[in-house]
Unconditional design. Structure first.
Length: 97
């Protein structure tokens, strides 16, 4: 089953303005052999950035509330969010490499 977790706090080699390598209230998902990180400052209501990354080797070591997958570490929270309103296809269309 492909990875699709949200909202999550993600730490990893994030490209762009986020120099600390942390994204909060984000969506992390796998699609067509790539890993995508979708970011939003409004918990998914408005998507500000979607970036495509190479898929890490192997599988996440703990597919629960917190997991590590290659250089990526993510943990989920049960807070209210709007990520479900966005399909994976619509997010992939916004992605930049």
């Amino acid at each position: 089953m492909p990875l699709d977790v949200y909202p999550v706090t993600v730490r990893g080699p994030i490209k762009g303005e986020n120099r600390q390598g942390v994204a909060t209230f984000a969506r992390l998902f796998e699609h067509d052999g790539a890993l995508y990180l979708a970011q939003s400052r409004t918990k998914g209501r408005t998507v500000t950035d979607v970036t495509r990354y190479e898929l890490p080797e192997g599988r996440p070591n703990r597919p629960g509330r917190a997991a590590k997958w290659g250089e990526w570490v993510y943990s989920s929270c049960g807070c209210a969010n709007s990520w479900r309103t966005h399909s994976i296809e619509s997010l992939v269309a916004l992605a930049k490499d």
